[in-house]
Structure formats: structure tokens, C-alpha cells
Ligand binder design. Sequence first.
Ligand code: NAP
Length: 239
Amino acid sequence: MTRLAVVCGGSRGIGRAVSHLLAAKGCRLAVVSRNQDTAQATVASLNGADHMAFSCDVSKEHGVQMTFETIQKTCGNISYLVNAAGINRDGLLLRTKPEDMVALLHNNLLGTMLTCKAALRSMLLAQDAAIVNIGSVVGLKGNVGQSVYSASKAGLEGFTRSLAKEVASRNIRVNLLAPGFIHTDMTAGLREEEMVRAATPLGRFGKPEEVAQAVLFLLESSYITGQVLVVDGGLQLAM
Ligand code: NAP
């Protein structure tokens, strides 16, 4: 049976690598991002046919609802949902504008809640489904200049653990993957790159493909739910 996988934030970075790996494993992909052209470009680069691109801002309830209804109508029941859509707005709290706080919480935390809610009915019908939310080690350990980003990702931990309990009886597994520093658009031009390398026992940033392998592991693990998997090269964040 071909499994339908929805990857939010699938147009670039970690989500794009996840889309590639899942397509290579025989899944049918629904790639979601705000920009239709980049989502379409990902779809065009995937193994196999029948994949689809959807333009949707995950922080907007109405659009999320409509998009997931369209996905179910055109592609069928959802087996896998990967929430890799996210933004960062780094800066010390004293300099962080309220609108940036709202944007971080809406895109990173509310967005994942909305897509999970919108996907659940379809996943209940699949009776064997899995969700992987992408958090961050920063949400587990904290980091200077990332207090609000960290809060948005820490919120995902409680959300993931609770939702896992709500839907376990229907054989839907929900886990959180917490990456360290990964080479993507989000970390391009990071001024602290050398510091991060020095704090990482493996001595380098991770690759999106390395995160994708761990996402696949969680999606396929039939007896793991409500857990957090850290993929960070052993990163030690300073006090
Ligand atoms: P990225 O390269 O900037 O890609 C972000 C993806 O999310 C893009 O596809 C983007 O497409 C989409 N997106 C952003 N906001 C969206 C929204 N409101 N609605 C729909 N799509 C949206 O980032 P990345 O590094 O791959 O990060 C992926 C996830 O991993 C994020 O949640 C990030 O916080 C997390 N993470 C990343 C790192 C890292 O070091 N890179 C470390 C820990 C955690 P559009 O712009 O077209 O919408």
C-alpha cells in the first residue's frame, strides 16, 4: 500500500530532505509551504510520480483546514505527517519586538497544533499513522538570543507528549525530533558558526539528510510514541 505523507515545510531544508527520503521509500508526498513555486520545485525533484505541492501558511487556521481537506479529497488518508515548517528571529529578549514574538509562536507552535488537528480525522481512518514534529535542542536546553524561539519549541514538547497520549488508542504515534545545528537556509550566515562547531563533539553542523534519516526512523517505529529524539552531534550548549 502506498502511504501518503504530508510534509509541512517540505520546500526547503530539513523538510525537503525528508520529502526526498520518503519518496525514495515509496511514499506519495504532499509538500506544503507558503511559496507554491518552491514546493512545486521540490515535487518536481522527487522520485516517482503523483506527488503534489500545496501553498499554505500553517499559522492560518482557515487555510490549514482547506488545505488538509483538499489533500484528503485528492490524495486519500494521511499516514504520515511531518511538521518541519518553522522560522527563527534571533535576538536578546530586551530587543525582541512583540510582533516577532507573535510570529515565532504562530509559525512554530500554533502552526504545528493546527496541522495536527487538521490531519487527525484522516489519520484516524488510516488506523496506523505517525506524526513527527520538529522541535529543537534549543527548546530543551535554552540558548542566548533565542528565548522566544526556545519557548515555541519547548511548547512543542508538551504538545507532542500530550497528543501522543490522546491518540495512542487509535494507533497514531506522535514524537518530537530535536535537531541541533543543521546546514539549511535557517543557519546560513550564522555568526557563531565556529563556536557551534567547537561545542559539537562531532565537530560539524548536521546535514538535512541526517535529520531525515531520524525522522524516517520515528515514522516507521511502531512501538515508540510521546518521545523526544535528539539529533545534534552531541552539542553542549553553554550556560
Ligand atoms: P528552512 O530551510 O528555513 O525551511 C523552512 C521551511 O518551512 C520552508 O520550507 C518554508 O517554506 C517553511 N515554512 C516556514 N514558515 C511556514 C509557514 N508559516 N507555513 C508553511 N510553511 C512554512 O528551515 P530548516 O532549517 O529546514 O528548519 C526546519 C525546521 O527545523 C524548523 O521548524 C526549524 O525551527 C527546525 N530546526 C532547524 C534547525 C537548523 O539548524 N536548521 C535546528 C533545530 C530545529 P516557505 O518559506 O515557502 O513557507
